[in-house]
Design a protein around this ligand. Structure first.
Ligand code: PEP
Ligand code: MG
Length: 573
């Protein structure tokens, strides 16, 4: 039995026989082309470009059908690559200058760009090279008149093992016999990982050499929660994982019964349980959970994978669709938190070459540098607010001046719209995310300027503990139960309540049933949970006694080690 650790890209467990697909490393030969035939060679390349455009049109239809509009932006990104001068100008130039075949000229150009990508520190941008290769491979297959591998033709259930899986391959996994996949390459923010999550296919990436260590037919356990692959597990291990799988399935069936029931503790304290929304396409499954509202609508996904920012009309439509679907329940729309690991391709000056992007031009900092973008989004949110119940929330706030500036811009936007004849309701409530320690420590100074706050534990933990939230080397130090984190959370809730202000929590800590008792004990006003964990968290809250959790928090805030806090939680369970 061999255990290989990689990066957990998409949750779930898959157990089955391995199906190793070779990387289809296409061997490209260098062929000298006589001068008189060089123009024909360029024409042949242009025909392949056209055929690839047609491929992308077909792929777009498929994405629209399977995943919806949001993911179709990936195809736009591929179109942009295909139109890039690297393809349209450099390859023909190389054919003519070097007198070589189109396949060779293309692979040389791709290799040159790959070398540039490899030098990039930023993981998000490094990962984008897979998109480049995806397009490059389509072109090569057309030039060589070869067919792209069709994973839908695999007839037996299997766990797919591959050196790499391109985003377009991943897209083809929907409704196939593939139970999950593991790859040598890839990172958590790659499109492949994002697509796997949306398709609910367990995946582990970044496993270095899994494709060489596994043979087709080997038994494999793929653990998408732990980011682990077990090759040739013994019968006991298989039995253990099968049990976990069955337990998860049985639990999920039980949880179904909780839909629509109130989120109330054993001793009668009700909590608002909301859901986080990452893109409008997830709306349908989210609605089925019947949340009390959306506590965090991460709008930045509208800004990624495209070269022009979304306009006011497009944004207003996207937000209004969500607001209408919630039918009177509240939607907290967060202005785009671009930056950090979510770099856009918008060509915005600033965040691209940062050595420490999580500390860089991100969230409100970026928008205050680009007031035009900020204003357009605020106008779109205001317009959507006429369709239902909306609040606006500003991410990555570290100084009062930022809130004052954001509020001023919101007021300006509202006045403009009113002058244009748009009938707005009463003032839109404006809140901030508490995710930078400065805002948490100095909360009393912020409170007069805001209508509500929502704690973003994902960032708050990384900044309190100086632990990069996506750095595998320090994952073990990323600890929601660290006494400094627990004390700061309690301080925020107490300080906000003392001034009568509403406090929500929307980071992943709300989705961790082990941590939820602390939030219940602190008496937060709302928890916004990732949809995948929504019913499980509801179940946890319904099993707790609020009074007992209040006492637990009193003990937790004087603990000096996270293990003590964990023990308190275990004892109370
Ligand atoms: C957070 O930081 O906890 C949060 C909810 O924001 P995001 O994860 O989008 O940074
Ligand atoms: Mg955050």
């Amino acid at each position: 039995m061999i255990v290989i650790k990689g990066i957990a890209a998409s949750p779930g467990i898959a157990i089955g026989k391995a199906y190793v697909v070779d990387d289809e490393d296409i061997v490209v030969e260098r062929v000298e082309i006589g001068r008189e035939r060089l123009r024909d060679e360029v024409r042949r390349f242009k025909a392949a470009q056209k055929a690839t455009h047609r491929d992308l049109d077909a792929a777009e239809q498929k994405v629209l059908k399977v995943l919806g509009k949001q993911h179709a932006k990936l195809i736009d990104a591929h179109r942009l690559i295909l139109k890039d001068t690297l393809i349209t100008r450099d390859v023909p130039k190389r054919i003519l200058d070097e007198g070589v075949n189109a396949e060779f000229a293309l692979s040389e150009s791709l290799e040159a760009v790959n070398r540039q990508f490899e030098k990039m520190d930023d993981e998000f941008f490094r990962e984008r090279r897979h998109d480049l290769f995806d397009v490059g491979k389509r072109l090569l297959l057309h030039l060589m008149k070869r067919q792209k591998r069709n994973l839908a033709e695999i007839e037996q259930e299997c766990v797919l093992i591959s050196r790499n899986l391109l985003p377009s391959d991943t897209l083809g996994l929907k409704d196939t016999k593939i139970l999950g996949f593991a790859t040598d390459l890839g990172g958590k923010t790659s499109h492949t990982a994002i697509l796997a999550q949306s398709l609910e296919i367990p995946a582990v990436v970044g496993l270095s050499d899994v494709s060489r260590r596994v043979k087709t037919g080997d038994t494999i356990i793929l653990d998408g929660e732990q980011g682990m692959v077990i090759i040739a597990p013994g019968p006991e291990t298989v039995a253990k994982y099968e049990k976990v799988q069955q337990r998860t399935m049985a639990e999920e069936r039980q949880l179904e019964a909780l839909r629509g029931l109130p989120t109330v503790t054993q001793d009668g304290r009700g909590f608002r349980l909301e859901a986080n929304l990452d893109s409008p396409e997830e709306l349908k499954s989210l609605q089925a959970l019947q949340p009390d509202g959306i506590g965090l609508f991460r709008t930045e996904y509208l800004f990624l994978n495209r070269s022009d920012p979304p306009g006011e009309e497009e944004q207003a439509k996207a937000y209004a669709a969500v607001v209408k679907a919630l039918d009177g329940r509240e939607v907290v729309i967060r202005t785009a938190d671009i930056g950090g690991d979510r770099l856009s391709m918008l060509g915005i000056e600033g965040p691209k070459n940062e050595t420490n992007p999580f500390m860089g031009l991100r969230g409100v900092r970026l928008f205050l540098r680009h007031l035009d973008l900020f204003k357009v989004q605020l106008r779109a949110i205001l317009r959507a607010s006429t369709k239902g119940k909306v609040r606006v929330m500003i991410p990555m706030v570290s100084s009062v001046g930022e809130v004052v500036a954001a509020r001023r811009l919101l007021e300006q936007a509202a006045a403009e719209l009113a002058a244009e004849g748009v009938e707005l309701k009463e003032d839109l409530e404006l809140g901030i995310m508490i995710e930078i320690p400065a805002a948490a420590i100095q909360l009393d100074s912020f409170l007069p300027h805001v209508d509500f706050v929502s704690i973003g534990t994902n960032d708050l933990i990384q900044y309190v503990l100086a632990v990069d939230r996506i750095n595998e080397n320090v994952t073990h130090l990323y600890d929601p139960f660290h006494p400094a984190v627990v004390r700061l959370l309690e301080h925020v809730v107490r300080t906000a309540h003392a001034k009568g202000k509403w406090v929500g929590v929307c980071g992943e800590m709300t989705s961790d049933p082990r941590a939820v008792p602390l939030l219940v004990g602190m008496g937060v006003d709302a928890m916004s949970v990732s949809p995948r964990m929504f019913l499980r968290v509801k179940q946890t809250i319904r099993s707790l006694k609020h009074e007992a959790m209040k006492k637990l928090v009193i003990k937790a805030v004087v603990c000096s080690e996270s293990d003590e806090i964990r023990r308190l939680l275990e004892q109370s369970a």
